[in-house]
Design a binder for this molecule. Structure first.
Ligand code: FAD
Length: 457
């Protein structure tokens, strides 16, 4: 029986998160950690929970780089916080390997509107990162080193002796960076979210349900409608197309992403090392290689995993522009259930082979490369995420746009999404990750796709 003195029951807030990648799963975990059973959280993804086939998510991968080497101070601080969780939190620690990182950088990196260029007084990338570590009170002595190229060639038993150093003068070696088992960490996080009471729905979202000025949920390909007070799109590379469909079905052009987001692809490939070579590479760090700069932002390689698989990503970044029923021209992953992620054109396989050559030269000449995959991500002009209410519809939120560097933040990013949902995000982050912010010139953005996938076939 309810007494007149009992407070009125608080309605349970409901959240529908579309996309079980790093951003969506992290959001689900943090919402449940904050609100427990008081929040009704649904995570919907086209990938069924029980399926063991590879996901299309950029967040599904053999491994991903986990680093705090950012020229941009904000992302450096966030990445250090994420790395603390990777190191210490029992939920994340099993997936993390602190192998160190070896940066062959031309100093032109740019993540975040503030990250680009050579830095003040012509500082190198290494110097900018070291300055950030120092300002943030993190140990850098003996952890981060700026090593002249001639000396660097001898590091790690000469693994990078034959790399292409181009005009690079110094290499940044950071002992405190590394990588993580991406699929293990993602699947582990999804399983934890379900254990915490998150409802997982395996379904393709066809469109948004918008009533008047309010988004009330989504419609699946099977015609089911799922509603919630808050609909959060964490849909990665699919986001611009989903928003465009919503714009076309409602006649509300302001729902579309316009120049804010582009779906962009990069190719990865693996080799399986023989036991002898794997032993030589056992202490290999991650290597990020920005040479030759005219081929694109960077290629890179990750140390062998427990299956002796060494992975590269290529330098070519491309879009896949298609025409929507309403006549808009939008880049989106190929419209197959698996994003055609295993259908890799020869030119893109060559791009990954080139990454091997640029980093290992003659050491890697006889390696057989295999399991090529195209990985799609949502990229913004400044490479800043979008974590923001969508101003065109109440109840609609965006939490994605990892811009090729978002995965490492999985342990913490959902906390910021939860803050955004409460209207409590710190003003500097709210401005930086806003839907409505200056759309800067993409000419400065090295990861902005400038090639069409169809031209690579
Ligand atoms: C080749 C490559 C290498 C990278 N390397 C690194 C790295 O080393 N370190 C790092 O920090 N970052 C890296 N990144 C970036 C990082 O992977 C991404 O920024 C991050 O994973 C994006 O997470 P997300 O949750 O926004 O999107 P995703 O992981 O792509 O997840 C989106 C999810 O939404 C689902 N979805 C989309 N549309 C629908 C729909 N209509 N219906 C139902 N479900 C839908 C998809 O199935 C998917 O599961 C890399 C990216 C690429 C492509």
């Amino acid at each position: 029986m309810t007494s007149t003195l009992d407070p009125a029951p608080t309605p349970t807030p409901s959240y529908l998160i579309v996309g079980a990648g790093a951003f969506g799963v992290s959001t689900a975990l943090h919402l449940k950690a904050r609100h427990g059973p008081r929040a009704d959280v649904t995570l919907i993804d086209r990938h069924p929970l029980a399926s063991t086939t590879p996901r299309v998510a950029a967040s599904w991968d053999w491994n991903k780089v986990v680093r705090a080497d950012y020229a941009d101070p904000t992302y450096c601080a966030l990445a250090l916080a994420a790395q603390d969780a990777w190191r210490a939190d029992p939920a994340w620690r099993p997936y993390y390997r602190e192998t160190g990182i070896y940066w062959i950088s031309n100093g032109e990196r740019m993540e975040g509107a503030d990250g680009g260029g050579k830095g003040r007084h012509g500082e190198s990338f290494a110097q900018r990162v070291m300055r950030n570590f120092e300002k943030l009170g993190r140990e850098r002595d003996g952890v981060l080193r700026e090593v002249p190229v001639q000396e660097a060639r001898r590091e790690y038993g000469g693994l990078f002796e034959h790399a292409d150093y181009g005009t690079v003068q110094t290499v940044l070696v950071n002992r405190s960076s590394g990588w993580a088992d991406a699929k293990g960490a993602l699947e582990g996080a999804i399983a934890r979210a379900v254990e915490m009471g998150v409802r997982y729905v395996g379904a393709e979202v066809e469109g948004l349900v918008v009533e008047g000025d309010r988004a009330v949920g989504v419609r699946t390909r099977d015609g089911d409608v799922i509603t919630a007070e808050h609909t959060v799109l964490a849909t990665g590379a699919f986001t611009p197309l989903l928003l465009q469909r919503a714009a076309e079905s409602t006649g509300r052009a302001d729902l579309a992403a316009g120049g804010r987001i582009v779906a962009a692809g990069v190719t990865t490939g693996l080799t399986t090392l023989d036991e002898q070579t794997a032993a030589r590479f056992a202490d290999m760090p991650v290597c990020i290689q920005e040479n030759p700069p005219e081929r694109g932002a960077s290629n890179g390689s990750l140390p062998p995993n427990e299956n002796r698989q060494l992975k590269w990503w290529g330098q070519c970044i491309f879009r896949n522009t298609q025409t929507t029923p309403g006549g808009a021209r939008i880049s989106a992953p190929p419209l197959k259930n698996d994003y055609a992620q295993w259908e890799v054109p020869e030119k893109l396989k060559e791009d990954v082979k080139y990454a091997n050559k640029a980093t290992f030269g003659e050491i890697g000449e006889r390696w057989e490369l295999e399991q090529y995959r195209i990985c799609w991500d949502a990229v913004t002009p400044s490479q800043d995420f979008i974590i923001s209410p969508h101003p065109a519809a109440a109840g609609l939120y965006i939490a994605t746009c990892g811009s090729f560097h978002g995965w490492k933040f999985m342990p913490i990013i959902g906390d910021y999404v939860a803050q955004m949902l409460e209207g409590a995000l710190a003003p500097d982050l709210a401005a930086r990750w806003a839907w409505d912010r200056e759309i800067i010139d993409t000419a400065r953005n090295k990861v902005w796709p400038r090639t069409e996938l169809r031209d690579l076939l």
